[in-house]
Ligand binder design. Sequence first.
Ligand code: NAD
Length: 345
Amino acid sequence: MLDRAGNANEFRDSLMAQSAVPAARAPIRVGVVGVGVMGSNHARVLADLPGASLVGIADPDLMQSRKVADFLGCKAVANIDDLLALKPDAVIVAAPSHLHHDIAISAIGAGAHVLVEKPIAPTVEEGEAIVAAAKAAGVTLMIGHVERFNPAVEAIRNAIRGEDILSIGITRVGPFPPRMSNVGVVIDLAVHDIDLICHFTDSHIIEVQPQVRAAVADREDIALLQFRTANGVLAHINTNWLTPFKARTVHVATRKKYVIGDLLTRQVTECSDYKPDGSYSMRHLSVAYAEPLRVELTRFLDAIRTGGRPDVTGEDGVSSLATAIKCLAEQGSPGDRPALLRAAG
Ligand SMILES: NC(=O)c1ccc[n+]([C@@H]2O[C@H](COP(=O)([O-])OP(=O)(O)OC[C@H]3O[C@@H](n4cnc5c(N)ncnc54)[C@H](O)[C@@H]3O)[C@@H](O)[C@H]2O)c1
């Protein structure tokens, strides 16, 4: 972040003296573990990101890794150990979620900074172990809740900054994914919005009231989740895989404003200045143009260079996962129990 980087010169200079932090101007050597849908996007962005050098990718699917490596002109290896032998400063963990713990612990053990895709892990215990290991090793740990870096999310957050937030409603719906992993909509989709609710309110969720159902698939494919945050905001998430088109919308009511954001078209509208006759002002807010993943990776590199707090901490990742698991546990229907998430993709 510009302000953080701008204010951090002294702090950064002192950190540069420590060997774990790459020198300010040297590119940060990054490796990507798992180059399926998400990991190949990380690799694509890193290959072209100023301040980063893509040292290699690791994936046991050699056809896939060769395809990505040939396209990006980087080295392909079969596993995390071979990637760590290339001495990356940082590792992106984009393998299936049930492997996040072991891969992240190996990378941290080798002294690498780590960005772990969401959800941080299949269980809270494994997520906490990753957080503890990163802390003990003194490396940066960030979680890939990429929606935080959607410019529309930033515009909404700016519009409600300093306002008395009353409620938040988020819709994230669409058709079934082409390849089903064995997690349902709560872990796959709602975890993004649980994180956004905490981000918008600068708070955490203390109460959940979930309605969850596996209507068509083996795992939950509809979820209507209600929450209360520690600072008193009411929130709900409507998510499913039963809608023929994708929609991602955020509605925030504050005491003086109503802000509506479309996270796909990135149009953000603010209603304010309510009059006794029912009239009000309405305006479209300006939204920056940026690829969220590029912003996320830039911020990760910033956090490594400055030694500062990453935008999405390991604790944030654990907290969102814990809330999602609580929704499933409180619902308690067969097949939705958290222990089964261990096998999640
Ligand atoms: N932030 C987001 O919006 C977002 C979106 C999609 C996926 N994800 C997350 O990214 C992760 C990957 O999801 P995906 O959709 O890309 O899955 P995917 O199945 O497309 O890709 C996973 C890749 O990991 C590889 N892999 C399997 N075992 C491995 C191992 N031991 N070491 C290295 N690689 C291994 C597979 O061969 C595959 O190429 C998941 O944690 C998922 O939740 C996040």
